[in-house]
Design a protein around this ligand. Structure first.
Ligand code: COA
Length: 335
């Protein structure tokens, strides 16, 4: 479908809590080593919230940075979309909490649950609202406090995840502006539900002494099953998106993938024929922040001077569900 209006990213905001949890710290908590974590995942450290800090707090910081950058009042925001698997609570939505914290009076919005693909699914939802002409200023936010659902006695999961948030503002482009969203392919595949999930706290297993005793309120993961699926699907969906737009990896300025594991990223990048200097990897500093990884990686690319107005960028993700996403765009924000 040809959009009525081009949609573009006009601003980016990111936030991570200041406290660090390093591999050295984890060596003292579980039976692991810095070498194992670095070699198997590429992670050196991650940022972790202090007690009482929730996803809406991180989301607010990222969104507020955007308002300052664009010099716009909170009341100009029409829609707030928040991707998260760690909402402050089951309801109200984190979007409502962010709306209140920002003072975005008159906005509407909601949460999107798609785990590590949450940011891309949220971004596409924002793009649709702009492309149809329904809204002119939409915030797409990815925010997760993964430390709130991690078992820090389980070495297989606690080394991977961190806390963080990022947001972009999506606005209409002027006629003829090439720096817009180009195309996307997103998929869900529920057959992977049992490979990565949090069993308790929902309607199937409401929280109880039993669910807590059985540690069902934490992330449960079959790491190898997720790894194999992610390696296959991230490359597959990315290649499909490039092909149908008559492009190859060589045409791209940047590949900004979800940061789950350095080996997953490099395997997808190799399949796409992307040289390492065009692949954004910041998992070493942040770990896997779930819905936060892609905007945080955009922030890293911008700091490194690699993400510029007009850059042709491929975003890609695989997450729990399974959820899969690939988005092709030209970066629209001023440098
Ligand atoms: N430190 C040291 N050893 C560890 C460890 C840790 N933190 N975690 C697991 N191990 C051990 C395992 O117990 C196993 O030991 P064994 O051979 O004696 O049984 C060994 O390391 C290999 O485990 P395995 O699970 O095969 O390792 P792996 O190479 O697959 O790496 C993951 C594990 C989790 C890093 C990897 O599977 C992965 O990244 N999966 C995808 C996870 C992901 O991206 N999740 C988010 C979805 S977006």
């Amino acid at each position: 479908m040809t959009p009525l209006v081009g949609a573009k990213i006009t601003a980016l905001g990111t936030y991570v809590p200041p406290r660090l949890l390093t591999n050295d710290d984890l060596e003292k908590m579980v039976d692991t080593t810095n070498d194992w974590i670095l070699e198997r995942t590429g992670i050196r450290e991650r940022h972790i919230v202090d007690k009482g800090v929730a996803s809406s707090d991180l989301a607010f910081e990222a969104a507020n940075a955007i308002l300052k950058q664009r010099g716009i009042a909170p009341t100009e925001i029409e829609t707030i979309l928040v991707a998260t698997v760690t909402p402050d609570m089951l309801f109200p939505s984190t979007a409502c909490l962010v709306q209140e914290k920002l003072g975005a009076k008159g906005a509407w919005g909601f949460d999107v649950s798609a785990a590590c693909s949450g940011f891309l699914f949220t971004l596409q939802t924002a793009v649709q609202f702009v492309q149809t002409g329904a809204h002119k200023k939409v915030l797409a936010i990815g925010a997760d406090v993964m430390s709130s659902i991690i078992n820090y006695e389980d070495r297989a999961t606690c080394v991977i995840f961190g806390d963080g948030a990022g947001a972009v503002l999506v606005e209409p482009a002027e006629d003829g502006d090439p720096n817009v969203f180009i195309d996307y392919i997103h998929e869900i595949d529920g057959s992977g539900g049992c490979s990565l999930y949090m069993p308790a706290g929902g309607s199937k297993h409401p929280s109880s002494h039993e669910t807590v005793d059985k540690k069902m309120h934490y992330v449960h993961q079959d790491g190898q099953a997720v790894f194999k699926y992610a390696v296959r699907k991230m490359a597959e969906v990315s290649e499909k998106l490039l092909q149908r737009n008559g492009l190859t990896g060589h045409d791209l300025d940047l590949f900004i993938p979800h940061q789950a594991n350095r080996r997953i990223i490099m395997s997808a990048a190799e399949r796409l024929g992307m040289p390492e200097d065009k692949v954004v990897i910041n998992i070493g500093e942040y770990g896997n922040t779930t819905a936060g990884t892609i905007p945080l990686a955009m922030g890293t690319a911008r700091e490194q001077g690699k993400l510029k107005k007009g850059s042709l960028v491929l975003l890609a993700s695989v997450g729990a569900g399974f959820t899969v996403g690939a988005t092709l765009l030209r970066w629209g924000a001023e440098d």
